[in-house]
Design a protein around this ligand. Structure first.
Ligand SMILES: Nc1ncnc2c1ncn2[C@@H]1O[C@H](COP(=O)(O)OP(=O)(O)OP(=O)(O)O)[C@@H](O)[C@H]1O
Ligand SMILES: Cc1ncsc1CCO
Length: 436
């Protein structure tokens, strides 16, 4: 429905109807499902849904509903033809993801309401034109969704070797904003698989680094008081350029500071992949989160089906890909859920082995953009089969001797892949699709 001009009402709908001309377009501000349903029942022409994001002038966080809250409202009124616009804190850097991430399976936003980003701009006309351009052109989010295949896991596995080959050829740059505990190990993992790592915690550097069209990894393992503002600058730069961003919310459920950082970062930008252990993914989901005792996940209270459902639901809500690691990894793009049973218990005994998956996922997402689930799956399989190969060496006796052998085996797979030799992969993947 094209929205021409509107009246923001502070009156009840019936009163406004009486006061205004017959053909007046009447919109109602809503921030809950109940309000939206009432506006539909009253016969309003459209609803303003918000507040999308907190702004300096709108600090009432109770009504800040984000893309997740907007999606719930759209879903609740999916059978109505009422017009819908999102309002609150929308600007050039977030408008595309607001439209993309708010979409429920059956209803999308019809528009966005923008005030300060136009009226307070130096050149309001140019600002409005830029919005139109961004809204009409969202190639980054126009990723083809894979239509269901009879044997999804097998179909994906067929494409893994060529995806790895492509990643090695592309030699992607991966910009890591990563904790200092694992930084050196992760840089070596990236080099071993054929990528080019840079570790840079300084947010302003992202405006230059994003021009190399690699990936950004945000790993908040050693969060400090200025980490979040640095992360947000870098996320903005990569989001605007349309390059992949991976989020590893390390220790997300360990402290109040980390819980707040998760909310701020998830509201502040778009992540192509959220990757974490069970405790971290539960915190990113929100409800049902459990206290983490540090960076480890702690004992699981979920069965396999519950883990698969959680990964699927978070990916569906965020409209991205989610990887939940553990002895079995669950990977989902909101539709498909793939369980990976490769790996070795030594991986759980070496710090940074989860963090390194965030980095290598960024490399694969850079090299293979059309199917993000396949990209991340290819990275995990390369990684976990290398771990199995390393652990099977007779000279590997524990986590200490495992680490150098693991780097060697990553390098061996990378070398084989670049020579077109896929024999390392034959019959090795322990992968199945979880049907929910
Ligand atoms: N018992 C296990 N058996 C096989 N693989 C495992 C096991 N435990 C962990 N892994 C593998 O180890 C890797 C890291 O997963 P994990 O869940 O330990 O990450 P993490 O807690 O984020 O690690 P870190 O914070 O130390 O980086 C994954 O590839 C996972 O499949
Ligand atoms: C041990 C540890 N503490 C903060 S980050 C980190 C590395 C594993 O994530």
């Amino acid at each position: 429905m094209p929205i021409k001009s509107s009246v923001l009402i502070l009156l009840e709908y019936e009163q406004a109807k009486l006061l205004l001309p017959k053909d007046a377009i009447i919109g109602i501000s809503t921030s809950t499902v109940e309000e939206a349903k009432k506006a539909v029942a009253d016969g309003a022409d459209y609803i303003g849904i918000g507040t999308m994001f907190a702004t300096p002038t709108k600090t009432n966080t109770k009504s800040v509903i984000g893309t997740a809250g907007t999606q719930i409202i759209l879903d609740a009124i999916k059978d109505s033809s009422i017009g819908t616009v999102s309002i609150g804190g929308i600007n050039h850097s977030n408008v595309q993801r607001v439209i993309y991430q708010s979409k429920s399976p059956a209803k999308s936003l019809d528009g966005v309401a923008i005030v300060s980003a136009i009226v307070a701009a130096n050149d309001p006309k140019a600002s409005a034109e830029h919005f139109t351009e961004l809204i009409n052109n969202t190639p980054r989010f126009a990723l083809t969704s894979q239509s269901p295949r009879a044997n999804e896991a097998e179909a994906l596995l067929n494409d893994v070797p060529q995806t790895i080959r492509k990643m090695v050829e592309v030699h992607p740059l991966v910009h890591n904003m990563i904790n200092f505990v694992v930084s050196n190990f992760v840089a070596n993992v990236a080099l071993s698989i054929g990528a080019s790592p840079i570790m840079s915690p300084y947010g302003d550097e992202a405006t230059d680094l994003c021009k190399f069209d690699g990936a950004l990894l945000i790993n908040m393992g050693t969060l400090t008081s200025d980490s979040v503002s640095n992360y947000l600058k870098a996320i903005k730069a990569y989001n605007e350029r349309g390059n992949p961003v991976v989020y590893d919310p390390v220790g997300a459920a360990a402290t109040e500071i980390r819980r707040n950082a998760v909310s701020q970062l998830m509201a502040g930008g778009y992540f192509d992949l959220i990757k974490g252990n069970e405790g971290e993914i539960r915190q990113a989901w929100g409800s049902g989160a459990v206290q983490q005792r540090g960076v480890d996940s702690g004992p699981s209270t979920l069965d396999g089906k519950q883990k698969a459902t959680l990964a699927r639901d978070l990916a569906r809500r965020e409209r991205n890909v989610v990887l939940m690691t553990g002895a079995t990894d669950y990977l989902s793009d909101g539709e498909r859920v793939i369980a990976v049973e490769n790996g070795h218990p030594y991986l759980g005994q070496v710090t940074g082995t989860g963090c390194a998956i965030g980095t290598i996922s960024g490399c694969f997402l850079t090299a293979h953009r059309s199917d993000r689930l396949l990209a991340v799956l290819s990275g995990i399989l390369m990684y976990e089969i290398a771990a199995e190969n390393a652990a099977s060496k007779e000279y590997v006796r524990g986590p200490g001797s495992f680490v150098p052998a693991f780097l060697d085996e990553l390098y061996a797979i990378r070398t084989a892949a670049s020579q077109g030799d896929d024999s390392w992969f034959a019959g090795r993947a322990k992968v199945h699709e979880v049907k929910l």
